[in-house]
Design a binder for this molecule. Structure first.
Ligand SMILES: *Cc1c(COP(=O)(O)O)cnc(C)c1O
Length: 485
C-alpha cells in the first residue's frame, strides 16, 4: 500500500479565548477623536461585558487553530452516505459574494431587486426541467422543510377535494425526517417493509393502501443506494385509490438529467440544493429544499411566487389556493445563488455526467470491497453502497471500531448504523468529485482495516490512535458534554 494520507500533522492545542486574554491587550486602534466627547460616552463608561482583552494575532491564531481541528471536503474525502459531500467549486462562492447579491436587503422594493428575482425565477425553471416536474417553489429552507411543505401540499390537495385523509405510507428504508414530517402535519405514518431485493414491492403497497391514506413517501434511489424499480407500479396503485406520491429527492445526485420524476408518477419532489447542487453543508449552515410539483398541485405552492410580467419579475401573492408562507422572505437566497452558478457552469451534459460518475465511483467501491465486507444487497447500486460488519463479528470488531480507525488513515468516516434495515451498516457515498487515486487509497485503507480487525482487534477497539482526540466515551460525551477544548 502507498503512503496513507494519515493524520499526523502539526496540530496545536488551543485554550479558550477567556483563558488567553491579558488585561490591556488590544486587537485594534481607533483614530484619535477630533470631535468633543458626547455625554452619552460618559454614561457608557464603567464595567462593560466580560470579554477578554486580545491582540489581533491572538484572535487569528485561535480561530485558525480551531479550524485545523476540523475535517472538511476541502481537506479530504468525505464519504458520508446520504449526505452527498461533494467538493463545491469555488466559483459558486464568488458569485454568491457579489455585492449586488450579498448586500441586497430582503425588504428592497421589487424594482431594485430584479437581479435576485430573475435568479429565483430562472432557478425554479431549471429545477423544474431537471426533475421533469411542472413547477417549483424555492421557499423551503432544507430537505426536511421541503418534506413538511410536501405534506402540507398533500393536505391542501385532499382538502380541495373535500376529503381529508389521515395516514401516510413510509417505507422502512426512509430517512428519519420522512415520518417526522408526516407526523408534524398531523398524519399517522404507516411503515412498510422493503422486499428481499431492498426495494418496495407493489403487492405490499396494494395491501395497505386505502382511501384514508393520503399517499406514500418514497426516496428514490432509496437509502440502500438502490433504485426503486417498481416505483411506477407503486405510484399507479396509490393514484388508483386517490392518493399522492411524495418523492424524497435528496439522492438526486444519482439521477440528475437521467430520470424524469414526473414520468415515474411522482406528484411532489423535494431537492436538497445543498447536497446535489453544491453548497457547503453540514455543521448547521443554511440549506435549501425546494419542492417541485405536478400541474395539479401548483395552485397550492407557497406564496409569494416570482412571476414574469412582460420584462419584469414580480412577487405575486395572487394564488388564492396557496398554502401560504413557509419561510421568512423567499428562502435562503445565498444557497440558491450557489446552485444557479453550479447549474450554469456545469450545463446539462455535465450535470448528467456528474450523476454517472457518482454512480460509477460507488459501484467501483462496492465491487472492490465486497468479500472484504459483507454486502447485504449484492446488486447494482446507485450513488452509494451499504456494507455491514457481519464478517468482522468473529473478531468482536464493530462498524464503529472500523470507521474510527479510518480517521487514522485520513478519511472522514462514512455514515454508520443507517439505514436501520441493515444491522451494523456502513454507508459509503464517494460522490463524483473524488479522483480514482483517492478512491483507491480509501479502498486500500478499508482493506487494511479489515486485516487489522482479524490480526489486532485491540488496536481497532482503541482507534482512532493518531487524531488529536482519541476514542471518546460516546455516552459520556452526549450526557455530559465538555465544550472547553
Ligand atoms: C439529507 C436527507 C434528508 C433531509 O434533508 P435536510 O436538508 O438535512 O433536512 C431527507 N431525506 C434524505 C434521503 C436525505 O438524505
Amino acid at each position: 500500500m502507498k503512503d496513507t494520507l494519515g493524520t499526523t500533522g502539526l496540530i496545536f492545542n488551543e485554550s479558550l479565548l477567556w483563558e488567553k486574554g491579558k488585561k490591556g491587550r488590544r486587537g485594534f486602534s481607533l483614530p484619535r477623536r477630533d470631535v468633543p466627547e458626547h455625554a452619552v460616552a460618559k454614561k457608557l463608561e464603567g464595567p462593560g461585558p466580560d470579554f477578554p482583552d486580545l491582540s489581533e494575532v491572538d484572535v487569528v491564531r485561535h480561530y485558525i487553530r480551531l479550524s485545523q481541528w476540523n475535517f472538511s471536503v476541502d481537506s479530504g474525502m468525505y464519504p458520508l452516505g446520504s449526505c452527498t459531500m461533494k467538493y463545491n467549486p469555488k466559483t459558486n462562492e464568488v458569485q454568491a459574494a457579489r455585492p449586488g447579491f450579498a448586500h441586497a436587503h430582503p425588504l428592497l422594493p421589487q424594482h431594485l431587486s430584479q437581479g435576485a428575482l430573475q435568479l429565483i425565477y430562472e432557478l425554479e425553471q431549471y429545477l423544474t426541467e431537471i426533475t421533469g416536474m411542472d413547477a417549483t417553489s424555492l421557499q423551503p429552507a432544507a430537505g426536511a422543510h421541503g418534506e413538511l411543505t410536501g405534506m402540507l401540499l398533500f393536505y391542501a390537495y385532499h382538502k380541495s377535494k373535500s376529503a381529508p385523509r389521515s395516514k401516510i405510507i413510509v417505507p422502512d428504508t426512509a430517512h428519519g425526517t420522512n415520518p417526522a414530517s408526516a407526523a408534524l402535519c398531523g398524519y399517522r405514518s404507516v411503515p412498510i417493509k422493503s422486499n428481499e431485493r431492498g426495494v418496495l414491492s407493489p403487492q405490499a403497497v396494494e395491501e395497505i393502501m386505502d382511501t384514508d391514506t393520503a399517499g406514500i413517501m418514497v426516496t428514490n434511489p432509496n437509502t440502500l443506494g438502490l433504485f426503486e424499480e417498481n416505483i411506477k407500479a407503486v405510484a399507479d396503485i396509490v393514484h388508483a385509490k386517490g392518493g399522492l406520491v411524495y418523492g424524497d429527492g435528496a439522492n438526486m445526485n444519482a439521477v440528475m438529467g437521467i430520470v424524469n420524476m414526473g414520468d415515474l408518477g411522482i406528484d411532489v419532489l423535494h431537492l436538497n440544493l445543498h447536497k446535489t447542487f453544491s453548497s457547503p453543508h453540514g455543521g448547521g449552515g443554511p440549506g435549501s429544499g425546494p419542492v417541485c410539483v405536478g400541474k395539479h398541485l401548483e395552485p397550492f405552492l407557497p406564496v409569494p411566487r416570482v412571476i414574469k410580467q412582460k420584462n419584469r419579475y414580480v412577487l405575486s401573492e395572487d394564488f388564492p389556493e396557496s398554502l401560504g408562507k413557509i419561510h421568512a422572505f423567499y428562502g435562503n437566497v445565498g444557497v440558491m445563488i450557489r446552485a444557479y452558478s453550479y447549474i450554469l457552469s456545469m450545463g446539462p451534459e455535465n450535470l448528467k455526467k456528474a450523476s454517472q460518475l457518482a454512480v460509477l465511483n460507488a459501484a467501483y467501491i462496492k465491487e472492490r470491497l465486497k468479500g472484504t465486507f459483507h454486502l447485504p444487497y449484492d446488486r447494482p447500486c446507485m450513488h452509494e453502497c451499504v456494507f455491514s460488519d457481519k464478517l468482522q463479528e468473529p473478531y468482536k470488531v464493530t462498524t464503529l471500531d472500523m470507521v474510527k480507525r479510518l480517521m487514522d488513515y485520513g478519511f472522514h468516516p462514512p455514515t454508520i448504523y443507517f439505514p436501520l434495515v441493515v444491522p451494523g451498516a456502513i454507508m459509503i457515498e464517494p460522490t463524483e468529485t473524488e479522483s480514482k487515486e483517492d478512491i483507491d487509497l480509501f479502498i486500500e485503507s478499508m482493506k487494511t482495516i479489515a486485516r487489522e480487525a482479524k490480526e489486532n482487534p485491540e488496536l481497532l477497539h482503541a482507534a482512532p490512535c493518531k487524531t488529536k482526540r482519541k476514542r471518546l466515551d460516546e455516552t459520556l460525551a452526549a450526557r455530559k458534554p465538555c465544550l472547553t477544548g
